[in-house]
Write a protein that binds this ligand. Sequence first.
Ligand code: HEM
Length: 195
Amino acid sequence: MSTAYPTVGVASGLPRYSYSLRLLHWMIAVLLIMALMGGMTLGLLGYERLVELVGADMAGYAYMGHKTLGIVILGLMLLRLLVRVSQGTPGYAIDLTRTQHVVAGLVHFLLYVLVIAMPVIGWLATAAAGHPVNFGTYELPGFIAPDPELARTLFLAHTVVALCIMGLVVLHVSAAMYHARVRRDWVTTRISLMN
Ligand code: HEM
């Protein structure tokens, strides 16, 4: 049976992202899920409850771990943006409708913007709350003075942006499943780490 688009079987040689961009995509995907799950745990329990459950030392490590992970994601996202801008993106070898192009482009664009904004907001919220901005055992500059009102607003933004990222990830993964399982085209191999 012939299809209007290349299937995985005939996809070799079709345009795909460079190895560095594919590696960064999967590294960031794993770290982002860890940051979302870890952050939700911290947010839902709150500091006092966490201390009751695991003690002050472990609670401190949990906050330090979340902040460090977020800053690593920020660094990797900025690197990814630089590589993407310098290399460009591979063209699609199939006819996508205008709507598909616009929706895919918008979801990818919003993911870049929000995943970069998320750690920046967390960083500033932490500083505004008067807490240390930990990167492992180092303490980074907070850039803004403690301000409890601002801290509340920024932590609210940290929660709202997290929910938006989760919604976008669901859309993004659903589209990937549609290409891989329904259309069985080569689109997911563009970002796959395997040959
Ligand atoms: C991509 C990176 C990040 C993601 C995905 C992320 C995700 C989250 C999520 C989902 C929450 C829970 C929010 C809630 O339940 O209301 C949270 C809480 C928190 N995040 Fe992040 N975060 C990131 C980066 C950062 C960074 C860089 C910092 C600080 C340097 C930070 C500091 C915090 C703190 C202190 C909390 C706890 C707030 C509380 O106890 O209410 N986050 N994060």
